[in-house]
Design a protein around this ligand. Structure first.
Ligand code: ADP
Ligand code: MG
Length: 276
């Protein structure tokens, strides 16, 4: 675990199926800091989360990601997890046949290594205690991972995983979507309980309401696959009050989403040589 490490993203470009999504994203997250990334739909926020975690469908075409002294782009997904990077996904997967408890215990043991596995009793106690703090029914321990969970239950379960794994870099992708106000407060309390000088957070959110409960140190606005504006917590408040139009105006952006390839941008190899 890289406790107390800085995440440093420089000029990151990434594509999916040859479609450029991230277009020069630069961000530093120091230990102890909470960064919120906000932005309209389709601006590349989830893509950033996936690239940080090493999703194989996304191709990084240029730029760097360092975590402490390690080159994250050289690390496999499990190595990233062992280094303490954790992603709560916007759309968590359902895994039939693997219970929530089995999944978490093997994740914790992978992190701890073969000679240092958590005892069953300690694990169960910790899981029960954490579930209680999140007001989750302990029956969820023995349910298959996310199978048949409601949207809100999935989100709570992601927070449970975060609290059990105690990562050093937490990325939360729209953890607030699908949560009613009570569940939002419970999730926020979980995040706040985990805040520490050794741990940093990247909180991706569409709405400011989560930030009423988890106060960020920095707020960034993402448009067209990059960060176009940064500020403090007051920036989120202004976005809540005024929307995103003023940011577009200030940055001279017409369409916030990732630009479609212009029609004339024919790939070089398909252009016939002149005269044929
Ligand atoms: P956000 O999270 O900000 O809403 P995303 O990162 O999900 O944005 O998406 C950014 C752009 O990338 C969108 O245009 C989206 O259609 C495209 N995109 C993301 N994932 C895929 C995918 N798996 N296949 C094709 N296009 C994708
Ligand atoms: Mg998203």
């Amino acid at each position: 675990m890289k406790q107390g490490a800085t995440l440093s993203i420089r000029g990151l470009h990434a594509s999916i199926d040859s479609k450029p999504i991230l277009q020069g994203l630069t961000l530093d997250v120091h230990a102890g800091e909470v960064h919120a990334i906000m932005g309209p739909n389709g601006t590349g926020k989830s893509t950033l989360a996936s690239v940080l975690m090493g999703h194989p469908r996304y191709e990084v075409t240029s730029g760097t990601i360092q975590y402490g002294d390690e080159d994250v782009l050289e690390m496999a997904v499990d190595e990233r997890a062992r280094a303490g990077i954790f992603l709560a996904m916007q759309y968590p997967s359902e895994i039939t046949g693997v219970t929530n408890a089995d999944f978490l215990r093997s994740a914790i043991n992978t992190q701890r290594g073969p000679d240092n596995e958590i005892s069953l009793i300690k694990f169960v106690r910790k899981m029960e205690k954490t579930m209680q703090s999140l007001e989750m029914d302990t029956a969820f321990m023995h349910r298959y991972l996310n199978e048949g969970f409601s949207g809100g239950e999935k989100k709570r379960n992601e927070i449970l995983q975060m609290m059990m794994l105690e990562p050093s870099l937490v990325i939360l992708d729209e953890i607030d979507s699908g949560l009613d106000i009570d569940a939002l407060k419970v999730a926020a309390a979980g995040v706040n309980a985990m805040r520490s000088p050794d741990r940093s957070f990247v909180i991706i959110t569409h709405y400011q309401r989560l930030l009423n409960y988890v106060r960020p140190d920095f707020v960034h606005v993402m448009m067209q696959g990059r960060i176009v504006k940064s500020g403090g917590a007051e920036l989120a408040e202004r976005l809540e009050a005024e929307g995103y139009d003023w940011v577009k105006h200030e940055c001279g952006i017409v369409d916030v989403a990732i630009e479609e390839e212009p029609q004339w941008a024919v790939p070089m190899q398909t252009v016939s040589p002149r005269g044929t």
